[in-house]
Design a protein around this ligand. Sequence first.
Ligand code: AMP
Length: 295
Amino acid sequence: MISHCGFFYKKNPMYIFKKVTDLKNHLDELRDSIATIAFAPTMGALHNGHMSLVSKCNKIADITVSSIFVNPTQFNDKSDLEKYPRTVETDTIMLIEHGCDVLFFPEVDEIYPHGTEPSTNYDFGQLDKVLEGAHRPGHFVGVAQVVNRLLELVEPNWIVMGQKDYQQTAIIRKLLSLTDSKTKIVVSPTIRETDGLAMSSRNVRLKPDERKEAPTIYASLEAVKQSYKTISVAEAKEQAIKSIEASGSMKIDYLDIIDPNTLISVKDWSDSENLVVCTAVHLGSVRLIDNILIP
Ligand code: AMP
């Protein structure tokens, strides 16, 4: 079986590697010619949100590396893993069209040759106890495990991640500091559909009536931003929760206004200069997350 190959689109080849050794050999050669590397890890089912990360990589580094790996260890819900959309052919074309240089597309054994049990338990303090961490036990252990492994293989100068997964960026920033990594994190803004819904690989699983309801999530976060310092934090949260739950089809896991660094819930607008309002919502069988920065 061919484990790597170069596809040409216009003048740019994109190399696809399935094997760790092939990826490492290729990147080591590039590093010898003093190329800088930016890396955007993904789980595939790519959309324009992912492509914005690729574009950011293209801007800041000589070489853009992306990966597609649906990491089993970060799914606490088995059916979510099974239902996760997989569209590698169209993903590949999108990456080529957006100027990605290297795609790493490994099997589970390549990432976890010694089994999927994490070998290190990182202490993220309260960062992995709140929000997603509280609702998806073990999720960030899996995220840290896979990102650490991918960083070990790609050794990028930058890892580029989306603000869409705000808590994940906080966890990875902490991971980079705990491991004394030379890699720096770059956080890229959330890309949205024209009606405000944050782009997500899971959006394709929304039924037509659910898709119509979904923009309420972003609208409610925006309403919190509009009410900054005009009503209390508690009232702003209550109004947002009510407007999301008004249709009866959405169920909120959490909606909170937090300190951007500690991720701890604030009681007053003045508790921090900058804030993040974030939420996770069940809509039918799909769980969606979103956040915006305040002010
Ligand atoms: P995923 O494939 O969902 O694991 O996401 C891979 C990367 O793409 C993560 O860094 C996400 O935060 C980022 N991402 C996902 N959706 C968006 C979006 N709508 N806008 C910007 N970045 C995104």
